[in-house]
Design a protein around this ligand. Structure first.
Ligand code: GCU
Length: 630
């Protein structure tokens, strides 16, 4: 046989030897709905999306633990769903808002069966309490939505060959100590600021660990002045999952610049931090007008092997409060923006990339540069905001938590954990302009709220000294100056003058708004002040003096933006909200002819159509926005 034929034969035999090993893994991954990578761009390159078919079953009687649903193999009683999933979309009953228990199940084969690999499962958002099993073994629990968490898949429970079964019990029955809390409205309906969608509301990933994993990455540009050289501090924390210590080397790049974070020994089953800093002369600044981004890459090597890559986009800009103003790259700004909810008529909060892109595009079309939400937004919205030059008021859902709960350790610990999780997960996005520690706590804060504020501000500054810390409060003149707000950099007042009566009717007359804002300025001369909300419900045409008409909403918008615009010191004005969303049963929102459970202050109807007020806001935002000559 000629040498060519020998070589060809050898290659065929080799291919035959290799392909079968690869074929089932790839074929299985496709069959199991597992795809390499994430739907967002930032992060490590060791994640696999757990898509495809999941199984779901309700457990309204909460018998699943007793009947050991986590061990069931048959499909009887389970139905096929896709994840992300909100199980109660369109169920507008009080029971749906109050919450229930349900279960998810995902059968999967590892996309990489090499025995040296460790594996995690990562949930991007589960509402609200989760308990997770792998092949019948309980592997962990988590409380709280809108923030990611991951759990190790124990080697003893994980099957390298064959099918694994992941089971999640989700309980969204609200309690008084939850974020947002349960409770009843005056009319005896379940309370809450947005619909209590239960489920796996964002994606679920497998994460492969080749001995060493990255647990956090902080890339923090520091810009001392607009024309100064920037210093970029990079800090990567790794975890060694192995039973022996290993030499880890981390290199990277920031734009065109290379970075070396050094080579260090990481002891077995330990964490280690790697840091470096580089200076960037004449940096291209990030701003709404010119959102310049620098691609950042890290490569992690353990021993002689590259085990992980990590990528993100960084923006060099400074956000600070000075002289009672918010400064973006040393320029005082007066921003315009909107409140948003990640809601959708059909998907509820379990929205996908197209809907997220639509929300950001709509806000941009409106002319807003700020997005505010009551909870940490999906990673993809942050990335869109980074690229589009939008700023994010990032808030943890410590929403209208009563003082009796705010003083409980379990609540304080959960709030602290959510604040840390939000900062660790989202700190590298230039779009995030501040960390908000809550919304509408008691308008007459006392020692309990003061303790919460002081500790939360300390914690946020320790984790991220590069951003201001804020709080949104109900705008009531009777609140007066509150020394409990001393530690805050930014105060957002929710302005419903001339819409709600407020306690003792103190905000019924909109003409009191201007003096109120002046009093807030006088109370807090060194803080940046925002109007963090203003809005009026509108669902029909009618007389301008009739609440609930488009004409009233237009007049409300014109009046409030004129007053906000007359305060040159005001750092921002955010309309609440961009679009209608599901809020709660028997919601009236101050509209004499409401349409529960829909919150109708939105400038867009739930179906996405524009109300007349949309065009007024678009025009007035363009006229009123001051971006400091970016
Ligand atoms: C509060 C709250 C919002 C709510 C608004 C309203 O300000 O922060 O979440 O939607 O009131 O009543 O419309």
């Amino acid at each position: 046989m000629s040498s060519h034929r020998l070589l060809a034969t050898a290659l065929v035999l080799l291919a035959a030897a290799v392909v079968p090993a690869a074929a089932p893994a790839a074929a299985h991954a496709a069959a199991d709905g597992i795809t390499r990578g994430t739907i967002y761009k930032d992060g490590p390159d060791n994640r696999y999306l757990l898509g495809g078919e999941w199984l779901f079953r309700r457990d309204d009687a909460s018998v699943g633990l007793r009947q050991r649903f986590q061990r069931q193999t048959a499909k009887t009683g389970w139905v096929a769903v896709a994840v992300p999933n909100a199980w109660n979309v369109g169920d507008h009953s009080a029971a749906s808002m109050t919450g229930t228990v349900a279960w998810y199940r995902k059968d999967f084969r590892l996309p990489d069966r090499r025995s040296r690999m460790d594996w995690l499962v990562r949930f991007e958002s589960v509402n609200y309490r989760a308990q997770i099993w792998l092949n019948g073994v309980s592997i962990g629990r988590h409380t709280g939505a809108y923030l990611p968490f991951d759990l190790r898949l124990p080697r003893g429970a994980l099957k390298r060959q064959g099918m694994n079964r992941l089971v999640v019990r989700v309980d969204n029955r609200r309690l008084g100590a939850d974020f947002p809390p349960s409770g009843l409205t005056g009319s005896g309906d379940p309370a809450g600021g947005w619909w209590n969608y239960g489920g796996l509301l964002r994606e679920v990933y497998l994460q492969r660990v080749d001995r060493v994993d990255v647990t956090s990455v902080a890339v923090r540009p520091v810009l001392p002045c607009r024309t100064c050289t920037a210093t970029v501090r990079a800090r990567v924390v790794v975890r060694n999952y192995g039973d022996t210590s290993t030499r880890v080397r981390i290199t990277g790049s920031y734009g065109e610049r290379s970075m070396s974070l050094g080579t260090r020994t990481v002891a077995a089953r330990s964490f280690r931090s790697f840091e470096t800093r580089i200076r960037i002369a004449r940096p291209r600044l990030w701003s709404p007008a010119r959102p310049a981004l620098y691609p950042v890459r890290f490569a992690v090597r353990a021993g002689d092997r590259r085990v992980l890559g990590y990528r993100l986009s960084s923006g060099i800009r400074s956000i600070k409060v000075a002289g009672g103003r918010l400064l973006l790259n040393d320029r005082a700004v007066s921003l315009r923006g909107v409140g948003i909810h990640e809601d959708d008529p059909l998907a509820g909060f379990a929205i996908g990339s197209a809907r997220r892109a639509e929300i950001v595009a709509q806000a941009k079309e409106l002319g807003g540069v700020v997005l505010r939400a009551h909870y940490p937004l999906h990673p993809e919205i942050h990335e869109l905001a980074d690229r589009e030059g939008m700023l994010v008021w990032s808030e943890i859902p410590v929403y209208a938590v009563k003082t009796e709960f705010l003083k409980r350790d379990v609540v304080r610990r959960l709030a602290a954990r959510e604040l840390e999780a939000n900062i660790v997960a989202n700190q590298n996005h230039p779009s995030i302009m501040l960390w908000s520690i809550g919304n509408e706590l008691s308008a007459r804060p006392g020692p309990v709220q003061s303790f919460y504020i002081n500790r939360a501000v300390r914690q946020a500054k320790a984790l991220d000294p590069s951003r201001p810390v804020g709080l949104a409060v109900a705008g009531y003149p009777s609140a007066g100056c509150r020394p409990q707000y001393a530690a805050l950099d930014v105060i957002g007042v929710n302005d419903y003058f001339g819409w709600y009566p407020g306690p003792n009717g103190q905000i019924a007359d909109r003409d009191a708004l201007s003096d109120y804002l002046d009093s807030v300025r006088a109370c807090y001369p060194n803080k940046a002040i925002f109007v963090s909300e203003f809005g009026a419900e509108a669902n029909r045409d009618g007389p301008v003096q009739e609440k609930g008409t488009h004409q009233f909403q237009q007049d409300f918008i014109a009046y409030h933006l004129a007053v906000h615009g007359s305060k040159p010191w005001l750092s921002g004005s955010l309309y609440w909200a961009l679009q209608e969303f599901r809020v709660r049963p028997n919601w009236d929102g101050g509209n004499p002819r409401p349409n529960p459970p829909i919150h109708e202050k939105g400038l867009l109807r739930f179906d996405g159509s524009k109300k007349p007020g949309w065009f007024d806001v678009q025009r007035l935002f363009a006229a009123g926005q001051r971006l400091g000559g970016q």
